[in-house]
Design a protein around this ligand. Structure first.
Ligand SMILES: NC(=O)c1ccc[n+]([C@@H]2O[C@H](COP(=O)([O-])OP(=O)(O)OC[C@H]3O[C@@H](n4cnc5c(N)ncnc54)[C@H](OP(=O)(O)O)[C@@H]3O)[C@@H](O)[C@H]2O)c1
Length: 258
């Protein structure tokens, strides 16, 4: 039987690059995001290039219950997911009090709740089979507080802590959990978060970031930070007092606001 990989946020950016890597390894795919037309294009492209089947599931993960709908639909079709990539996510820039509560709620649903729910729903099948791979996309934002993007940074700290703990809990079960921490990556992420176009030394391409995550996932590594400059940055952030790193991150975040 062919292996199946479920990837959230597969319509573009890092998630699309993950879809290509799984397809090249002959996984059939379940592609999740909101943009159904774009997901259809991705499914056709990867089917043509790699001869894999790709199922499109257009879902808004900000809506409570979306994870359960995905699970139920795949269960009905007897699609057994052996790799789960929780990649969908977005950022919100601005003073906490100025951002609408509804926007904060959507961020928590997509970046944290959907990731936890999908993991909880698909994990029992993986454990029953004695194998499975889960990749959760955090960020180098996990390593310090981020004033003017406070909830985004906090959501990534949550993903990092939750995923690392789960990786340890599952030791010896055959199921691995890998946390990928990208730094700044070229994609639609910054424009969508209301940030100025950023570029420079720290910026990585989405395909390079996905390759780093994919390799770590296939090796069952618990944590991977993308790129050596980001590794250095993360070590410095972890070593310094938290109020200092919050101050620096706040200054940087103010500077990149549109
Ligand atoms: N780019 C960076 O600098 C950077 C750095 C660190 C971490 N990350 C993380 O990497 C992950 C991927 O980001 P990216 O850079 O590839 O950004 P991106 O190009 O904006 O892609 C985000 C993906 O998530 C999907 N998505 C967003 N909201 C969704 C929702 N409500 N329901 C379902 N799908 C949704 C989008 O699809 P639709 O719009 O079609 O729904 C899209 O496929 C995110 O978790 C992000 O936090 C990014």
């Amino acid at each position: 039987m062919k292996k199946q990989a479920l990837i959230t946020g597969a319509s573009q950016g890092i998630g699309y690059e993950f879809a290509k890597l799984f397809a090249a390894d002959k996984y059939d795919l379940v592609l999740v995001a909101r943009d159904e037309a774009r997901l259809g294009e991705v499914a056709r492209e990867l089917g043509r290039l790699y001869g894999v089947k790709a199922k499109v599931l257009s879902k808004d993960l900000a809506l409570p219950g979306a994870a359960r709908e995905i699970f139920d639909e795949l269960e009905r079709e007897e699609i057994n997911v052996s790799a789960l990539v929780n990649n969908a996510g977005f950022g919100v820039q601005g003073a906490f009090v100025e951002v609408a509560l509804e926007r904060h709620r959507a961020l928590m649903e997509v970046n944290m709740n959907a990731l936890v729910e999908l993991t909880r729903l698909f994990l029992p099948q993986m454990l029953a089979q004695g194998e499975g791979r889960i990749l959760n996309v955090a960020s180098t934002a996990a390593f310090q507080p981020g004033p003017f993007a406070a909830l985004y940074y906090a959501s990534k700290a949550f993903v990092y802590s939750f995923s690392c703990a789960l990786a340890e809990e599952l030791t010896g079960s055959g199921v691995t959990v890998t946390t990928l921490c990208p730094g700044m990556t070229r994609s639609q992420f910054h424009a969508r978060a209301g940030l100025k176009r950023a570029d420079g030394l720290l910026m990585m391409d989405a395909d390079a970031v996905a390759k780093i995550g994919y390799r770590a996932l296939m090796r069952g590594k618990p944590i991977v930070i993308a790129g050596w400059l980001n590794k250095v940055g993360a070590s410095v952030a972890k070593a310094l007092p938290t109020p200092w790193t919050a101050k620096v991150a706040g200054r940087l975040n103010s500077a990149v606001r549109k």
